[in-house]
Design a binder for this molecule. Structure first.
Ligand code: NAP
Length: 339
C-alpha cells in the first residue's frame, strides 16, 4: 500500500510517499481501506518534534520528556503520521462482532497515528464507529480530534445551559468544535479569533465574535461563567475580572504555573482554574456521531490534498493559513472545497 512515511525530523519535505507493507488485522481488529485523513497541529509537531523545546511545549515540563521519548529522541519512532481517518472496512478478524466488511467507518488513533496511509487496522473496541450517514468520508475524517477533545474538556468544566461562555482560539480544531458543543449545551457563546476567521466562527454558531487583533476581551467589561482558552494565550490574572463570581477558567494548554493555580483555586471559594487533559472514549465518539446526524455538529473543510501532496498540506497548516479542516484524500482528486 501507499503511505506517507518520515524517517527523520524536519520540514515538510521529510514526508515521502512510499510503498509499505499492507497491515493485516488481528483476531479482534478490522482492516480499513482509508479514504480520508487530516493534518492537525499534532501532526506538524510530531513531524519535527526535535524542534519542540521545553519552552515551546504547551504542557507542563514533566510531560515533555515522556512525550519526547514517545515520539523519538533523535529520530521519529512513529513513521506514519495522521490521527483521524474515515474509510471502508475491508476485512475483519475472526473475533470481531461490531463491524462487517463494507461498513463505512470513521475514527481516531490519537498519538499512535498511522492514518496517512491507504490502509490501517483498528481494534474493534478502539475509537472507531460507523460513519455519520450525512457526512462524506472527507467530512467525517475532520470530526474526531476536535470534537472528542472539546466535548471532554467542556464536560470537565461542567458547562450548563444559559451560561455565558467565551472560547479563546475558536477558529482552531478544538475551538471550532467547542463553539458548537457550547451552543449544543445551551450556552451563549462568544468566539475569539483573528480577522480572517471571524465569518468562519460566526458560521459555526457563535452568538458573538471578538477579533483579538482589535479588541482585548479581558478589557471590554463583559463577564463570563466559563472562559475556555485552547492555546493558553491569556492568563488567569488577566481574565479574573472577565469571570463571574464562580466562573471557571478552563485551559487545554497549560504549564506547571497553571496547575498550581488550579490547586490553589480548588481550595478557595470563587473563581476556579481547570487544567484538563482529554481522555477520549468510544462512548463520546458514538455520542458525537449522533450529534452530527442530528445536524448539531458540522465540519467545515478548507482544503483537500491527495496523499502524495501531504507535505504541501503540512506547509499550509504550519503557516497558519487553515480556516477549517485540511484533508488528505486517498484518491487523486486534488479537489479544493470552500464551504
Ligand atoms: N488538554 C488536552 O487534552 C489537549 C488535547 C489536544 C490538544 N491540546 C492543545 O490544544 C492546542 C491545539 O489546539 P487546536 O488543535 O485547536 O489548534 P489549531 O487547530 O492549530 O488552532 C489554533 C487556533 O488558535 C488561534 N490563535 C492563534 N493565536 C491566537 C491568540 N493569540 N488568541 C486567540 N486565538 C489564537 C488560531 O487562529 P486565529 O488566526 O484565528 O487566531 C488557530 O485557529 C495545543 O496547544 C495542544 O497542546 C490539548
Amino acid at each position: 500500500m501507499k503511505a506517507v512515511v518520515y524517517t527523520e525530523y524536519g520540514p515538510p519535505d521529510v514526508l515521502q510517499l512510499k510503498e509499505v507493507e499492507k497491515p493485516a488485522p488481528g483476531d479482534n481488529q478490522i482492516l480499513i481501506r482509508n479514504q480520508a485523513t487530516t493534518v492537525n497541529i499534532g501532526d506538524i509537531w510530531a513531524r519535527n518534534f526535535k524542534a519542540i523545546t521545553p519552552a515551546r511545549f504547551t504542557m507542563p515540563l514533566p510531560l515533555w520528556l515522556p512525550s519526547r521519548m514517545y515520539f523519538g529522541f533523535t529520530k521519529p519512532r512513529i513513521s506514519i503520521l495522521g490521527s483521524e481517518f474515515a474509510g471502508e472496512v475491508e476485512a475483519v478478524g475472526k473475533d470481531v462482532k461490531r463491524f462487517r466488511k463494507g461498513d463505512q467507518v470513521f475514527g481516531y488513533r490519537g498519538q499512535s497515528m498511522g492514518a496517512n496511509a491507504e490502509y490501517l487496522c483498528m481494534p474493534e473496541d478502539g475509537l472507531v464507529s460507523i460513519k455519520p450517514v450525512n457526512m462524506t468520508y472527507e467530512e467525517a475524517a475532520t470530526v474526531p480530534y476536535g470534537a472528542l477533545t472539546a466535548l471532554n474538556l467542556l464536560r470537565k468544566a461542567n458547562i450548563q445551559p444559559g451560561q455565558k461562555v467565551l472560547i479563546n482560539g475558536a477558529s482552531g480544531s478544538i475551538g471550532s468544535a467547542a463553539v458548537q458543543f457550547a451552543k449544543y449545551f445551551g450556552a451563549e457563546v462568544t468566539g475569539v479569533c483573528s480577522t480572517p476567521r471571524l465569518e468562519f466562527v460566526k458560521a459555526l454558531g457563535a452568538d458573538r465574535v471578538i477579533d483579538y487583533t482589535k479588541e482585548d476581551f479581558t478589557r471590554n467589561g463583559e463577564t463570563y461563567d466559563l472562559i475556555f482558552d485552547i492555546l493558553g494565550k491569556s492568563s488567569f490574572s488577566s481574565c479574573k475580572n472577565s469571570l463571574k463570581q464562580n466562573g471557571v477558567y478552563l485551559l487545554a494548554s497549560f504549564k506547571s504555573k497553571q496547575l498550581y493555580q488550579m490547586l490553589w483555586t480548588s481550595t478557595t471559594p470563587g473563581k476556579k482554574v481547570i487544567c484538563a487533559l482529554s481522555s477520549e472514549n468510544l462512548k463520546d465518539l458514538l455520542f458525537i456521531k449522533e450529534l452530527v446526524e442530528a445536524g448539531r455538529i458540522r465540519s467545515i473543510i478548507d482544503r483537500c490534498y491527495p496523499l502524495e501532496q501531504t507535505a504541501e498540506a503540512h506547509r499550509y497548516v504550519e503557516n497558519g493559513y487553515k480556516t477549517g479542516s485540511v484533508i488528505i484524500t486517498m484518491e487523486n482528486n486534488n479537489k479544493k472545497e470552500k464551504r
